[in-house]
Design a protein around this ligand. Structure first.
Ligand code: C2O
Ligand code: CU
Length: 456
């Protein structure tokens, strides 16, 4: 296995914060500039933004049914907000400036206080100027433990990111490059796992690991595989599968998506097992697991994770909506409505706007669909562009409607390849104003966002 790493970084797992919910005092998240070694040693440290002096931020740990109370202190030079990605949260705590809250000014703070109805792997990230803020490091895992968690030897969070560094290891400061906005988004040139280019997690042969993969990259779709590890997919985007699935040779993880795996270490002692990241020219070690001798014998397939609360999807009397995605380079869009006026591609491009949803650039005044609580919404998305998009709905999980009306697994982010048409459905159980947008962050900034409203 080729390795692009020229040195071995010290082993450092993510710092863990104690569980909240036991005490009334909020967890403190301090957002501030920091310096951290992420490039190879010969380059020195990189100026980043982080949470509690770390990029990514600490893994917030809670238990299903807890309330999480988090005070976000904005020490950044820009307005910010925090979004709790995938949590079926109270609307006022969703962290979307201009829709659910005012932005948090530099020097100000905001306390988020919300229930955690679901167990699973979630994450938090800035939802203000996110192309820049998430890239610089305002992101971290949010892990909600099951009341009855599966028995594993290690539970590892692997936050996968790519960052675009200049020759002298600074974060490339151009966040509104028209090429990024109109093509595949801002791709990085340095791959990180938990903020490290050389992430290593010692294991024993026969160990059973829970791997919580989170894609926090701005735009990269990670193509992943395993070497020396075999096991099962247990959950997508936090939501347990009713039956564990075999892991295919290649797993695609789009921006903001998560996958929970349970794997057993099958590599021999003295070898390394790998999480492999595939590129055109082959596989690279995204994370390594040095294996020492162990005494455990092979185990059977794990039981499924305990289900989260169910909000039944009933297609029979669903409210339907259609979302046509247009624009971008090579997309053929000629004009779209922006700020109440029809504008041609050239003037949109001059304004840094490149994408439209149903002919409208940016978040429209009226929601794409208005549903009443408990209604099923059926949403057909048409990717009439030349690029893939990771479409994310806030506040509720959806299931894909498969041929024959079967429902796929629950997810909060769906990867739509170019030219694809796919239909999802969700129970509109959560009242409020919920964003629906592309999680390629430059695409969202360049027009790919709308919203849905659920009313009492
Ligand atoms: Cu990860 Cu609008 O969110
Ligand atoms: Cu997109």
């Amino acid at each position: 296995m080729p390795s692009r790493r020229s040195f071995l970084a010290s082993i450092a797992a993510l710092p863990l914060l104690p569980r909240s919910g036991w005490t009334a005092a909020p967890v403190q998240l301090a957002l501030a500039p920091l310096q951290q070694q992420i490039a190879p040693a010969q380059y020195g440290k990189t100026d980043l933004w982080g949470v509690n002096s770390s990029m990514p931020g600490p893994a917030l740990q809670a238990r299903q049914g807890d309330r999480l109370k988090v005070q976000v202190n904005n020490g950044l030079p820009q307005e910010t907000s925090m979004h709790w990605h995938g949590i079926r949260i109270e609307n006022a705590m969703d962290g979307v400036p201009g829709l659910t809250q005012d932005p948090i000014a530099p020097g100000a703070e905001f306390t988020y206080d919300f229930a955690l109805p679901d167990a699973g792997t979630y994450w938090y990230h800035s939802h203000a100027q996110s192309v820049e803020q998430v890239e610089r490091g305002i992101q971290g895992p949010l892990i909600v433990a099951e009341q009855d968690a599966p028995d594993v030897d290690q539970d590892l969070v692997l936050m996968l990111d790519d960052i675009r560094l200049t020759q002298d290891a600074a974060v490339d400061p151009v966040f509104d490059h028209p090429h990024d906005m109109s093509h595949a988004g801002r791709m990085g040139n340095v791959m990180l796992t938990n903020g490290q280019i050389e992430a290593r997690y010692p294991v024993q042969q026969g160990d059973r690991l829970r791997l919580r993969l989170i894609n926090s990259a701005n735009a990269r779709i990670f193509a992943l595989g395993l070497q020396g590890l075999t096991g099962w997919i247990m959950a997508y985007d936090g939501m347990p599968l009713t039956a564990p699935e075999e892991i295919p040779d290649q797993l695609l993880l789009a921006p903001a998506q998560r996958i929970d795996l349970i794997v057993d270490v099958t590599a021999d002692a003295g070898e390394d097992a790998f999480l492999v990241q595939f590129e055109r020219d082959g596989g690279y070690a995204q994370a390594s697991f040095p294996v020492s001798a162990g005494t455990k014998s092979t185990r059977n397939m794990p039981a499924p994770l305990p289900p989260n609360p169910d909000h039944a999807i009933t297609l029979g009397n669903a409210r339907s909506a259609t979302l046509r995605m247009e624009g971008g380079a090579m997309g053929g869009m000629r004009a779209a409505e922006w700020q109440g006026e029809t504008q041609g591609m050239r003037s949109l491009a001059q304004a840094g706007q490149f994408w439209a949803l149903n002919g409208v650039v940016g978040r429209p005044d009226a929601p794409l669909v208005r549903a009443s609580i408990g209604e099923t919404v059926k949403l057909t998305m048409i990717n009439d562009t030349a690029f893939p998009h990771a479409m994310h709905l806030h506040g509720m999980h959806f299931a894909e409607v498969l041929p024959g009306g079967r429902l796929g697994p629950l997810r909060d982010t769906l990867l739509m390849m170019r030219g694809e048409t796919r239909t999802v459905a969700f129970n509109a159980h959560n009242p409020g104003k919920w964003l629906l947008h592309c999680h390629m962050l430059s695409h969202h900034a360049a027009g790919m966002g709308t919203w849905v409203e659920v009313t009492a």
